[in-house]
Design a protein around this ligand. Sequence first.
Ligand SMILES: Nc1ncnc2c1ncn2[C@@H]1O[C@H](COP(=O)(O)OP(=O)(O)OP(=O)(O)O)[C@@H](O)[C@H]1O
Ligand SMILES: [Mg+2]
Length: 234
Amino acid sequence: MLEIRDLRVVIAGKPVLDGLSLFVAEREVVGLIGAPGCGKSTLLKSVFGLVPVAAGEIRYGGRDVANRCAREQILSGIVLVAQGGQVFRGLPVEENLYLAGYTLDPKHTAERIEVIYDFFPRLKERRAQAAGLLSGGERQMLALGMGLIPEPSLLLLDEPSTGLSPLLTERILAEVKALTKKLGCTVVVVEQNVKNALLVSDRVVVLQRGRIGYEHTVDAGTDSKPLLEAYAFS
Ligand SMILES: Nc1ncnc2c1ncn2[C@@H]1O[C@H](COP(=O)(O)OP(=O)(O)OP(=O)(O)O)[C@@H](O)[C@H]1O
Ligand SMILES: [Mg+2]
């Protein structure tokens, strides 16, 4: 369903992704790991249209979606929840959710906000509070809620657990897994932590030298040691 072939992305004159291929099936949750600075965020941004694709192919649902703007991607069902829980800090929680519905008609957005409040009652309690006053975990919930407003069929999550305690991390990742299974989303999720990646994903892939260097299917019950080694040398 998401097909990336021979992708090349050059940033500041340096090829960050170079010949990368990755295929993600419908409703699959793929965990993406790799050393800091290896290009994980760049890969998600290139799929969402935030960095230009120099060569190669990105197809979603059979259509070529490379080098389109973020708005077009959202209309095709692709949403990126960026690294660091990006929200409009000065605006109330509910206004953030309304802004996330900028591609929908306002009545539909209001309905979607109620769905998100059912998922995250905490956000409903804090609906009138400025987003900048939320705790780290609540902010991640808001960023995730904003990502879910347009009902994406492909959700790109960049380190949803950064800065959270181990307990909150497990809770957020369990939330991600439950929500995506319930909503029938396809997910690519970047994780720094291998254990977390294994927790949330059907398959974990390792980004090494601009390509997918190793992959591990979680269901297979296979030894995860090669995965840990691949990550250590990524
Ligand atoms: N706008 C930019 N200008 C210059 N260099 C950039 C820019 N964006 C990314 N880079 C560089 O591209 C490389 C890949 O960055 P990217 O953010 O994709 O890494 P990452 O794997 O997501 O890292 P992390 O795990 O730290 O989030 C890094 O070397 C980074 O310094
Ligand atoms: Mg990153």
